[in-house]
Design a protein around this ligand. Sequence first.
Ligand SMILES: Nc1ncnc2c1ncn2[C@@H]1O[C@H](COP(=O)(O)OP(=O)(O)OP(=O)(O)O)[C@@H](O)[C@H]1O
Ligand SMILES: [Mg+2]
Length: 583
Amino acid sequence: MKHITRLLLISRRYWVWMVMAFIGTLGVTGAVLAGPWLVRSLISVLESSIGVEPLPLEKVTRVALVLLLVYALRPAMQAFQTWTSHVAGWGAVASARQTIYDHLQKLPPRYYSDTETGQIMSRVVNDTANFEMLIAHAVPEMIVSMLRVVGVSVALFYINPKLAAYTLVPIPLIVVGFYLYNLYVRPLFRQAQAKLGELNAILQDNLSGIREIQVFTQEERESQRVGQRIVAHSRAIANAVSISACFHSGIDFLAGLGTISVVFFGGQMALRGQLSIADLTGFLLYVSSFYDPIMQLNRTNEALQQALAAADRYFQVLDTMPEISDAPGAREIGRLQGSIVFENVSFQYDDIPVLKDINLEIKPGQMVALVGPTGVGKTTMANLIPRFYDPTRGRVLIDGIDVREIKLSSLRRNIAMVLQDVFLFNGTIAENIAYGSHYATREEIEAAAKAAGADEFIQELPQGYDTRIGERGVKLSGGQKQRLAIARALLYNAPILILDEATSSVDTETEAKISAALEKLMEGRTTIVIAHRLSTIRHADKIVVLDEGRIVEEGTHSELLKKNGLYARLVRIDSDSATRPES
Ligand SMILES: Nc1ncnc2c1ncn2[C@@H]1O[C@H](COP(=O)(O)OP(=O)(O)OP(=O)(O)O)[C@@H](O)[C@H]1O
Ligand SMILES: [Mg+2]
């Protein structure tokens, strides 16, 4: 119930449609119930008029006209109901999708590293699709079915209470039947669903890892593993469907007993003159439409449970708190100077400490390099500045303000980043460079690309800056992607620039070119460079060496070489590898 209320609140723009759909539903039910009643009236007119002179033909005409009206109204109402309930249903789906997507954008990287993308997709696309079924089908059908059961019962008891009581005899049997069905047959469908889930999981895994399967020639084995899941699912679903069919036939038979008792008892009563032919006909017509809605109710209940389970998963995502959000009273700030201070900062993912008591001061406009062995916490440290994570202890200050006191949007407006694994969107080269700077002119985009050493290869592409890249376009090499990402960060024109392994996949020559261009651009910006290839950071104002989550050395290139510590050792290893030919 709580879910339905929340869903209604989310889709409040479609309330008018829901009300119209409800009215349509009432209209359809009314038309359905009126049919047998009119047939009964007709026969009653005939019975009382046989042999009467002159023949009351106008009475027949009247019934026929009303019947015409009802038959015309019924499809009209049905169309109206279908139209309005589907607008409402799909409207609710759209609102739910928009709401969950907007929420997902606020969730931190931690959420995405803990949750599979397939799972999230399924919440946004599949679970929300259930809401259409709920609003356009399950709820209206439930209303129609209940109204029909009530309406038919009233009609039956109005016509003849005694005979009505006989027709109800199979109902307890049917209720027991459904109880058993839910107990034994429904779990079979759930099992089949679970098997489908397993099939999905293995397919997703295998398709992502198809290169590994091919490299290690595991096709045969994987084909068998997937094949087992495929067969398991089709067996489970076939089993469930056939058992369910047997059950439904049994219940159909029980429902038929209602009609049989009308024929048996009603027939006797009619012969004895206790029941008119008109009433008997009305009874037969109503009884056959009495058990339909009861069966429908059980089916709808199943759909309803499914939709509620989907709603459960949906709201679970919506209730995941973005752990990083604006504190109350967070400040809007303009363009920052760009001084950065780490003050006794410690950080851990889950239970594993990654950064331990980091103290570091970076002055506006300085270039600082973070170096150290892999997995030591360099990326993590950089991620604390735009608040992708908050420190477990200590503070990160920018221009003397704790980053947690600044509005996220204005903090991030001041920081440009080239991430370790570059992502480019489907779209043109120009669009990708201007991502985050939508108002940039073509000249500005090209200038940024030149500075990042990307202009040259872009010019060689078939449509230059308008070449489409990504899934539906040209594929770029790792180094080309990195240069686009650098251009994008430069165009963003923020006072703080963070480059995480930004030149790791380009050759030494290109790297030298980019470095030269970057140097010009770093003027007046605070830059944090993370690099494994130490040749690129030699001229940094300050080199910070991390080891096991702590700062172990700090100073300029020459100072650190003199110290002959970890940095000096890393430089020696690096220059050894640099003398080998570039692969
Ligand atoms: N999302 C995460 N959840 C849990 N642990 C993480 C997560 N990201 C990184 N780690 C761990 O934190 C440590 C530091 O990772 P980080 O990415 O900061 O290292 P790095 O110095 O940037 O390494 P590299 O030079 O390889 O990029 C690693 O031991 C890593 O396993
Ligand atoms: Mg890293």
